[in-house]
Design a protein around this ligand. Structure first.
Ligand code: GLN
Length: 547
C-alpha cells in the first residue's frame, strides 16, 4: 500500500505547488521509491478541456485520453511517470459522478450530502492504484480557505484517519513576504494559513515556504513554534533561475529528508542525484544560443504553451544550447509582411490552436519558413496550416482551407483539405462522433500509433518507424489530396497504421520542415528530450552557425 503525501497551499496562489510536488516526486525516485502524482482541482468544470487557455494555461493530455491540468505536465516531466485519467479530478467530475449515481438510484433513497457522499467519492479517487507505488503525492488545487476547496480538505482529513497511523502526511506551501522598508521576512501570513488549516483538522508535518532569500534561523524557529512543525521541517523554497534545479535545491534544503522523517523511515535510503546534476549542468552551462519564434494565438499567457516551451528547453539541453523563445502574435502577419519580423530567427514553430482567428497569419509564417528554408515545426493546427499553405501555393488548390473555419463561420468558403473527422479506429475498435456532439471530450484524444516512412527525416529523428504520440484534435488532413501534395513536394511520412490518417508531413527540399498532427511536446522530459524537439533544435543550431 502506498504512503500518501498531501500537498496544500496557503497565503496566495501560484507559489509553485505543482513544481514542489513534482520535485518531491523526483527526489523520492532518486532514493529508489516508486511514485505517482495526482491533482485535485476544486473548480466546477468537469475537466479543463473546455477552459480557455488564456485563463487556465494549456490542457495536458494523457496517453489514455484525459484532458487534464497543466500541473500533470510538470509531474511527468520531473518523474517520467506517464499520467493517467485517474490522476486528475475536479469538483465538477466528483459532483457529476455523485449525481449520476443518485439518478441511477445507487444511494437507495438516502439524502445526498457533501459529507459523506461527495467526500467518499473523493476518497475513492485517492485510492485508485495505491497498490502499485510506494508513494502517492496528491496536490490540492487552490488555497486553504477557498469555499470550493472545503470538500477536498475534509476528504483528505478523513482519509488520513481511515489509514493506519503514519501512512499519510501533510505538506503545506506558503509565502514569506519580504518587507523592504523594514528589511524583514514576515511569518504572520504563514501562521494564519496554518491556523486556517488546523481549524479544519489538518496539521502540517512539513512547511515549504517560498521566499526571495534564505530563511534566517530566528524566523525558522518562529515558524516552527507557531505552526507546530519541527524546525528542520521548515523548508525554504527560494526563487530559482531554472525550474529544473528544483530537485537539487529542495534536496539541499532537506525536503526529502523531512518527508521521510515525517513517515519515520530510518535509515533513509541514500539519494542518487546524478540525473538532476546532469540536467542542471546542461541548463546552466550552454555552449551557444538559438532564437525560436513561436507564432501562435495565445501569446499573452505563456502557460498556454507550457509543454512546448519546456520541450524546446529540453531540446536545447541535449544540444547544449540555450533556446531563446519569442512569442509572436499570428494576427500581426494578417496586417504586415512576416519577413521583417521573422528574419532574425533560427527556427519557427507554429503550435496547436482552435478557431480561425490568426490562421491566415500562421499560413504566412509557414510560407516564410518553407521559402526561406528556415527550420519549421508545425504542431497539430501548425501542421494543418503548413498543409493548407502547400496546397494553396504549391499544389494550386487556391481555395484550400479547413472545415473548422467553415463550421465556425456557418458557410462554405474553403476546399476542405482539412476536414472534420467523424469516424476513426483506436486500437481495434471504431470511434464515432457527430458535429452536434457536446464540446467536452469529443476529439481524437490520447495516444495513437503511427507508422513512419523508412528513410524520412522523421524516421531518422526518431530512430524508428513505429511511434506512439498523443492527440487532441477534431480535424484531419484529407488523404485524398496526398498524391497532389506529394507531387508538389509535401510528403506524408507518417500515417495511422490503417493508412487513413496523415500523422506527419515533411517538405523534401528543405533543411527541416515538419508538421505533426499530434503533440510531441507532451512526452518530452529534461532527462529524455523528445527526438523531434532534439532534432528541431539541432537544425536551428545549424542555421545559427551559418550566420
Ligand atoms: N483545431 C484543430 C483541430 O481540432 C487543431 C487542434 C490542435 O491544434 N490541438 O483539429
Amino acid at each position: 500500500m502506498a504512503r500518501y503525501v498531501f500537498i496544500t497551499g496557503g497565503v496566495v496562489s501560484s507559489l509553485g505547488k505543482g513544481l514542489a510536488s513534482a520535485a518531491l516526486g523526483a527526489l523520492l525516485q532518486a532514493r529508489g521509491y516508486s511514485v505517482r502524482l495526482r491533482k485535485l482541482d476544486p473548480y466546477l468544470n468537469v475537466d479543463p478541456g473546455t477552459m480557455s487557455p488564456f485563463e487556465h494555461g494549456e490542457v495536458f493530455v494523457t496517453d489514455d485520453g484525459a484532458e487534464t491540468d497543466l500541473d500533470l505536465g510538470h509531474y511527468e516531466r520531473f518523474t517520467g511517470v506517464a499520467a493517467r485519467n485517474t490522476d486528475s479530478v475536479s469538483s465538477g467530475r466528483i459532483y457529476s459522478t455523485v449525481l449520476e449515481k443518485e439518478r441511477r438510484g445507487d444511494y437507495l433513497g438516502k439524502t445526498i450530502q457533501v459529507i459523506p457522499h461527495v467526500t467518499n467519492e473523493i476518497k475513492e479517487f485517492l485510492k485508485v492504484g495505491d497498490e502499485e507505488v510506494d508513494f502517492m503525492l496528491c496536490e490540492i488545487g487552490g488555497t486553504v480557505g477557498d469555499i470550493e476547496g472545503l470538500p477536498f480538505f475534509e476528504a483528505i482529513r478523513q482519509f488520513s484517519q481511515d489509514k493506519p497511523r503514519g501512512e499519510c502526511i501533510f505538506m503545506h506551501l506558503t509565502l514569506l513576504p519580504w518587507i523592504k522598508a523594514s528589511g524583514e521576512l514576515k511569518t504572520k501570513p504563514t501562521q494564519h494559513s496554518v491556523k486556517e488549516l488546523r481549524s479544519i483538522g489538518i496539521a502540517p508535518d512539513v512547511l515549504v515556504c517560498r521566499s526571495e532569500g534564505p530563511i534566517p534561523s530566528k524566523e525558522r524557529e518562529k515558524l516552527a513554534l507557531f505552526c507546530n512543525v519541527r524546525p528542520d521541517s521548515v523548508i525554504a523554497a527560494q526563487d530559482l533561475k531554472s525550474i529544473y534545479e528544483a530537485p537539487l535545491a529542495y534536496h539541499r534544503e532537506g525536503l526529502d529528508q523531512a518527508v521521510l522523517d515525517a513517515f519515520q523511515i530510518a535509515p533513509a535510503p541514500r539519494p542518487d542525484l546524478r540525473r538532476w546534476e546532469d540536467v542542471a549542468d546542461r541548463i546552466y552551462n550552454p555552449q551557444g544560443e538559438v532564437k525560436v519564434a513561436i507564432v501562435g494565438k495565445y501569446t499573452q499567457l505563456e502557460d498556454a504553451y507550457k509543454s512546448i516551451a519546456e520541450a524546446l528547453t529540453h531540446g536545447g539541453m541535449s544540444n547544449r544550447v540555450k533556446v531563446n523563445v519569442e512569442w509572436v502574435d499570428a494576427e500581426l502577419f494578417e496586417r504586415e509582411d512576416p519577413a521583417p519580423h521573422l528574419e532574425g530567427f533560427n527556427a519557427i514553430l507554429v503550435p496547436g490552436g482552435f478557431g480561425e482567428r490568426g490562421t491566415e497569419g500562421k499560413i504566412k509564417a509557414a510560407k516564410f519558413a518553407r521559402e526561406r528554408k528556415v527550420p519549421y515545426l508545425g504542431i497539430c493546427l501548425g501542421m494543418q496550416m503548413a498543409v493548407i499553405e502547400a496546397a494553396r501555393n504549391l499544389a494550386d488548390l487556391k481555395d484550400a482551407g479547413s472545415e473548422e473555419f467553415d463550421h465556425e463561420a456557418g458557410g462554405k468558403r474553403f476546399e476542405p483539405v482539412v476536414y472534420h473527422l467523424k469516424e476513426w479506429v483506436q486500437g481495434n475498435h471504431k470511434v464515432e462522433r457527430k458535429v452536434s456532439d457536446d464540446k467536452g471530450g469529443t476529439m481524437r484524444l490520447g495516444s495513437y500509433d503511427a507508422v513512419l516512412t523508412e528513410g524520412s527525416r522523421v524516421a531518422q529523428a526518431y530512430g524508428t518507424t513505429q511511434i506512439e504520440e498523443r492527440h487532441r484534435h477534431r480535424y484531419e488532413v484529407d488523404i485524398k489530396y496526398r498524391e497532389q501534395l506529394e507531387a508538389s513536394g509535401l510528403h506524408f511520412t507518417g500515417m495511422s497504421p490503417d493508412g487513413r490518417l496523415p500523422e506527419i508531413v515533411e517538405v523534401k527540399d528543405h533543411p527541416w520542415f515538419i508538421g505533426v498532427q499530434f503533440h510531441p511536446e507532451l512526452k518530452s522530459k529534461p532527462f529524455a528530450p523528445h527526438p523531434l524537439f532534439h532534432d528541431f533544435v539541432r537544425a536551428a543550431k545549424e542555421t545559427s552557425l551559418l550566420v
